[in-house]
Design a protein. Sequence first.
Length: 375
Amino acid sequence: MTNHPTLISLSIAPGRVLRGNHALTEGIEYILKLGQRPLIIGGEHSLALSQLHVLFDRPELEIAQISYTPDCCETSLDRLIQATSAHQADLIIGIGGGKCLDTAKLVAHRCQLPIVTIPTTGATCAAWTALSNIYSESGAFLYDVSLAQCPDLLILDYGIVATAPSRMLVAGIGDAIAKWYEASVSSGHSSQTLLIAAVQQARVLRDILFQKSAAAIADPGGADWQEVVDATVLLAGVIGGLGGAQCRTVAAHAVHNGLTHLPGSHHALHGEKVAYGILVQLRLQEMLQGDQLAATARAQLLDFYTEIGLPKTLADLGLSEITISQLHHGATLACQADSDLHRLPFAVVPEQLVAAMVSTTIIERMAEVERVNDR
């Protein structure tokens, strides 16, 4: 009898992706094929965008809209599911940033309705993925949920994304570039075809971001900017889709998850905390494995972060007054038994994670003093 391998189900990509300067206008015909009574879920800023008038100008669409706030949490989800039922919605449209899109995807998943995602920033790949993160009402990460499929339609309208502050794209660069540093650890030695493909795409993504990010930030809406937005929103999603759970997150995202439980970090964006988490992961590899390549990679990243404005220290994340006890609390949560941190090829305990967070901050402070003295 032939032994069949364990069945692996992959949700690789949305049913359709539309991208361009007027993608929302062009996408209405595709929206109409999915439903005529959409519930639009967004944040206060997203729901006020002038570009949404093209949806309300179509008499075929009977639209209701609602804010997802305070967070992608169970309380919000319950309220939104009730609103979906009250409107008799046959379609969910999520328009906003990562937490908003995660919320909209979950509402559609639980109500078994089609979902259209319209990102308003380049800050995450949430518009692409079959995954949502659940937080507490105060913004602390709790757990993630795998969804039945990727969105039915993703509309990447450059005109909408260009209205976001540049800080959002910088954060997206931090979140996206983590794909290489995490996937290469979790799956870099795999012999599985799709994992190999995902890891190599993560390397390509890293190189694109190294080469084009500074020019993109300097010229919002320009050619390099569009390529970087495609990288943070679309290519990052491709990697997670091809690689699946094995190729998504390791210590960088685990550090993010732990930091969300520290109130001082709540003003920092998802990708900013992930970017800092990459530095911590590389410091762990250096400390616990003697990995000098990790030390070299961290030095390269620090230069890149300086160039584009990503956080390099705890102080940059708003945690300059944090105590070791508070850090240990975040580290303990990051080291829980089900944490993605344990995809590292070596064991890590909270005390070691705290040491990595503190030491990478101290090393960068010393380097900054040296740079000032050299001037």
